[in-house]
Design a binder for this molecule. Structure first.
Ligand code: NOJ
Length: 753
């Protein structure tokens, strides 16, 4: 169900939502279904199998055209030249027997040419409307190149920053991920799927992939059905409700069953429970990889298991084109299942209007790429996605008029390709504005701006002599701006880490800046949360920017000099140490929770008795808490939360809880606060999380201004899959917080009868 927020603004009601306000599920179109039936009745088994076959471009265009004319390919990925796409499409539409258009796909993950912050950064905005706009822009640019299907949004709940693909996710929380996913689906698909700028979304990776053991990509997961249903599946269900036209199976096996062969997930949950009528595609070769898993004896067995589980299209393992015909002849695959797969594929092609408008206007791409409004949206998203984690003595924002010189340093200060982050096949470093370029453009005429990367790239180890020279250089400037972090290659698919400290000599670089005695401002640009505890002590301010994309430079420089105020909040918990992972706020309550005053390693008396430390749940070296909790982020102002109230004390499961608080901007700058509503179900038929985010919104207030923020939370949103594996609201006592992060604030209590 939908958690809604009502904000009373001088008598005006503004509606926002945690999940999705308007569901846009596709409704069956009788006309389309008739056309599909008619087409299928004319198709040979070979032509049907051809539709289920997705290939990446290879060889010459003529070689591909030959296969397309024969009806052997239903979809192509990784072709991005509009003229080539028109040629290939012509082979399908005008030269194949049935004239079925191709579906052209590409990984457009956080922008096409105009690159937006990585999805983890977009999630830090807590701003679904802005994220929807970013996806719309990505679709406008990508569709101009001829792409009508993107493999996004990635909806994997990611509670392990070692996993490189956390960069592509919306972080650790089901509510936030659902909201971001729904926003992206709407943005990509636009107002009408058959609009030429609409791009079919693909909710991926179905499912559990983010829980891979030890944060190592492609590794196994072991999630129970209850965990899947309460945590990992909701964002996918929301994406389906929001009209996502396609869905991708994940690489992992969960509890021994690879997703591509998991009939329970693909048939039971997706089709029967959620009523999904779109298309299911495998991940790249994930059908074939069921052989490596040892779940299928050979590629023929893999084809049989994938199609019978409910897969419609095979991405790049060729197992359907190689074996489906034999499997049907032998009777191990029913031709009706193949028909159903083809029906799901054709439905997407019809909905996209490809039969009516198969070709692209090749002049469009030049008109839309890097349009000023696209760059402006990317800049704003980068600005909203940066999270201020430290600001000692209010050193930020810097007052440019009070400075004469600034030293810009670090390997990420002028690294256009690196700041784009992972999955930017089509983003162009030449069009990327780095922090160095941005500060020179904005302040070059007023400030003496020095530049010294010290390390050429994030992993480079530099000598002590080089660091000492840097300290000496820094001492001759009024302030030091350090840009550190991770190169793009260090996160994303297959790029996992076991150690999350800053790479190379970057921590030493921050320490060297500190030794200059000058104010140090550090910006971290990374694809994941890094363990920055030791670095915080050496910097006056720290702004965390998940790889910010094309316009990252101007956005960060605006934040640093106060032309913009940070409003991003962490979409994922930051650990103190890697050994705490997985660490996330919505953990279950243990039988022996830490009290918070436990002794740490250095405080434990030598020879202390076995039980003298209290026997609670914490790490002797890292303690219990995170470095920064989910939802945390500072501003250049301060906000006060007061008067937390509910409209009643007791509710029926069918009623709506109205909660409100008074939010005041107690500082000196106009700023935006991400207001977050959390709930705890005190006693359940199974152990419940200590807190769960249920709603959020961004509220902008001027200095001294107060506003009542009122949330409407349907009690149905408290439902969960309990002991009997039924989803329901269990009567009992609940705590509710409205706060600025997942760890602060007072609570009120209510009961559900
Ligand atoms: C593999 C990745 O897991 C998936 O996310 C991506 O969409 C496909 N390759 C296609 O490139």
């Amino acid at each position: 169900m939908i958690a809604r927020i009502l904000i009373l603004l001088s008598g005006v009601l503004i509606l926002a939502s945690c999940q999705s306000d308007s569901t846009r599920r596709n409704t069956a179109d009788a006309q389309i279904e008739k056309r599909i039936d008619e087409l299928i009745s004319r198709m040979t088994v070979e032509e049907k199998i051809g539709q289920t076959n997705q290939l990446t471009v290879y060889g010459t265009t003529e070689e591909l055209c030959e296969k397309i004319r024969n009806g052997e390919i239903g979809s192509l990925l990784n072709v991005v030249d509009p003229a080539d796409i028109n040629t290939l499409q012509r082979a399908a539409v005008e030269q194949s027997r049935l004239g079925i258009p191709l579906l052209i796909a590409r990984d457009v993950i956080h922008g096409f040419r105009t690159v937006f912050p990585i999805p983890l950064g977009q999630a830090a905005t807590f701003d679904p409307a802005l994220v929807e706009q970013g996806a719309r822009i990505a679709a406008i640019e990508a569709s101009a190149a001829g792409i009508r299907w993107t493999f996004s949004p990635m909806l994997d709940i990611s509670r392990d920053p070692r996993w490189g693909r956390i960069a592509e996710s919306a972080g650790e929380d089901p509510c936030l991920t659902s909201a971001m996913g729904a926003a992206m689906v709407k943005g990509y698909q636009g107002e009408g799927a058959d609009d030429p700028t609409s791009v079919a979304a693909c909710a991926k990776h179905f499912v559990g992939y983010g829980a891979s053991e030890s944060g190592r990509d492609y590794n196994s997961t072991n999630l129970t059905e209850r965990q899947l249903r309460n945590v990992y599946l909701p964002p996918f269900e929301q994406a389906v409700r929001s009209g996502a036209m396609t869905l991708m199976t994940s690489f992992n096996d969960n509890d021994g069953i690879p997703s591509t062969g998991n009939r329970f997930l693909l048939e039971e949950v997706l089709r029967n429970e959620w009523g999904f009528d779109g298309m299911v595609v495998t991940d790249w070769n994930s059908a074939g990889e069921m052989v490596s898993h040892g779940f299928a004896a050979d590629t023929k067995d893999a084809a049989m298991k994938a199609i019978n589980a409910g897969v419609d299209m095979d991405m790049m393992s060729h197992v359907f084109s190689l074996h489906l015909e034999d499997l049907i002849d032998e009777g191990t695959v029913d031709e009706q299942r193949l028909d159903e797969a083809v029906r799901n594929i054709l439905r997407v092609k019809f909905r996209l209007g490809l039969f009516e408008n198969p070709y692209i206007d090749t002049a469009r791409i030049a008109r839309v790429t890097y349009a000023p409004e696209h760059l402006e949206a990317a800049r704003r998203t980068a600005e909203e996605s940066a999270v201020l984690l430290r600001n000692e003595g209010g050193i930020l924002p810097l007052d440019a008029s009070a400075l004469r010189s600034v030293l810009v340093a670090g390997p990420m200060a002028d690294a256009p390709a690196e700041q784009l982050g992972t999955w930017t096949f089509d983003g162009e470093p030449d069009h990327t504005v780095t922090p160095l370029a941005a500060i020179r453009a904005a302040y070059g005429d007023r400030l003496r701006i020095g530049y010294n990367p010290v390390a050429a790239y994030s992993r480079e180890k530099v000598t002590a002599a080089k660091l000492a020279a840097f300290t000496a250089q820094a001492a001759s400037y009024d302030a030091i701006l350090l840009f550190v972090g991770e190169e793009a290659i260090l996160s994303g698919e297959a790029h996992c880490l076991a150690d999350l400290n800053l790479q190379g000599s970057q921590s030493e670089l921050i320490a060297a800046a500190r030794r200059s005695g000058k104010p140090v401002v550090t910006v971290v640009m990374a694809g994941r949360p890094l363990t920055i505890a030791r670095d915080l002590a050496n910097t006056d301010a720290l702004l965390y920017s998940f790889h910010p994309g094309t316009m990252g430079g101007p956005a960060l420089i605006d934040l640093i000099f106060g032309n913009a105020v940070p409003s991003g909040k962490l979409p994922v918990t930051f650990p103190v140490a890697t050994g705490q992972i997985p660490i996330y706020y919505a953990r279950n309550m243990t039988g022996r929770p830490a009290a918070g005053n436990e002794l740490l390693l250095d405080e434990i008396p030598v020879g202390a008795g076995q039980t003298s430390l209290g026997c609670t749940s914490y790490h002797l070296d890292a303690g219990f808490g995170p470095l920064f909790p989910f939802g945390f982020g500072l501003s250049y102002t301060t906000f006060k939360y007061a008067d937390l109230q509910l409209d009643k004390e007791t509710y029926l499961p069918t009623e709506t809880i109205r909660a409100s608080c008074r939010l005041t901007n107690t500082g000196k700058r106009t700023a935006t606060e991400v207001v977050q509503l959390y709930v705890r179900d005190r006693v359940g038929s199974t152990v419940r999380p200590v807190k769960e985010l249920k709603a959020f919104d961004r509220i902008t207030l001027e200095p001294g201004q107060s506003r009542t923020v009122e949330f409407e939370l349907p009690a149905e949103d408290l439902a969960f899959w309990g002991l009997d594996m039924q989803k329901r609201v269990e009567p009992g006592t609940f705590d509710l917080w409205i706060a600025g992060d997942s760890q602060s604030g007072n609570s009120v209590t209510f009961t559900i009868n």
